[in-house]
Design a binder for this molecule. Structure first.
Ligand code: HEM
Length: 228
């Protein structure tokens, strides 16, 4: 009980919770990316002799989405993800409000590394990503998973990415996500105390590469579909 209270009420507890939920969301982003890369793989990746009744990216993407919805352990993990996103956002609000109240600061600024600009603006970056996620889930998740009004997810995604405003929104959201990840991954290690001096620069480097790789790979998906 005391542990639970500490987790939500003390500033260290809140930062730990923020770090754990953030790392879990980052892990989801890797899996989500792998699934969505199907959208841009050539049909030659899906030989019918190998995949059975799946013969192209359209069939493969819909088979993958169908599996996500109908395999109960994934549904369970999805609920943990929604909870993690909610806690991460709530925690960010609480930390920001607390910083404003006590020190007049917006977000923790403790290092003088290259990510200082990012660390000062994590709240703004997070808010842009929040808006992006709401629109994104309204476009796909709500229609496919919740309302069930769309059964061919591949067609829905391709049709959505044929609109200019969507491409602009996704590119802004995804680049913002890249910045957020660069600082977030490093900061999470620091909060959890997995930040020994000897490997600090390696963690910073991994966080930088991770943020750039995720932003690049996510960003090319809508662009490739739009120009196809
Ligand atoms: C171009 C890239 C992306 C594509 C094509 C895409 C596509 C989709 C689709 C089709 C769904 C609904 C089906 C499903 O649940 O898997 C979905 C759900 C979701 N997406 Fe994305 N997505 C992209 C990028 C992102 C990014 C960058 C984020 C986070 C910032 C994100 C967060 C989510 C979340 C949280 C869900 C709900 C997951 C669930 O219910 O299991 N997506 N996405």
């Amino acid at each position: 009980m005391a542990f639970k209270q500490g987790l939500f009420k003390t500033s260290v507890g809140r930062k730990n919770l923020m770090a754990i939920t953030g790392l879990f969301i980052a892990f989801f982003l890797i899996i989500h990316l792998v699934g969505n890369l199907i959208l841009i793989l050539p049909n030659s990746f899906f030989p019918v002799e190998f995949w059975g009744n799946v013969a192209n990216q359209h069939d493969m993407y819909n088979a993958y989405s169908h599996f996500l919805v109908h395999f109960w352990p994934i549904t369970l993990v999805a609920w943990v993800l929604y909870l993690a996103i909610a806690v991460h956002i709530l925690d960010a609000l609480l930390i920001t409000l607390n910083n404003w109240k006590t020190r007049g600061e917006k977000y923790e600024v403790t290092d003088n590394s290259t990510s200082t600009w990012i660390s000062r603006n994590m709240g703004i970056l997070g808010s842009i990503i929040g808006i992006f996620i709401v629109i994104h889930m309204g476009q796909f998740w709500l229609q496919y998973k919740v309302l069930g009004t769309e059964h061919d997810l591949y067609n829905l995604v391709v049709a959505t990415f044929k609109q200019e405003w969507v491409i602009i929104l996704y590119e802004i959201g995804i680049i913002t996500l890249g910045f957020h990840l660069v600082h977030g991954i490093e900061s999470a290690h620091r909060s959890l105390g997995i930040y020994p001096k000897k490997v600090m620069h390696i963690i910073k480097y991994i966080a930088l590469c991770f943020g750039i790789a995720m932003a690049f790979l996510y960003a090319i998906i809508p662009l490739i579909i739009y120009f196809k």
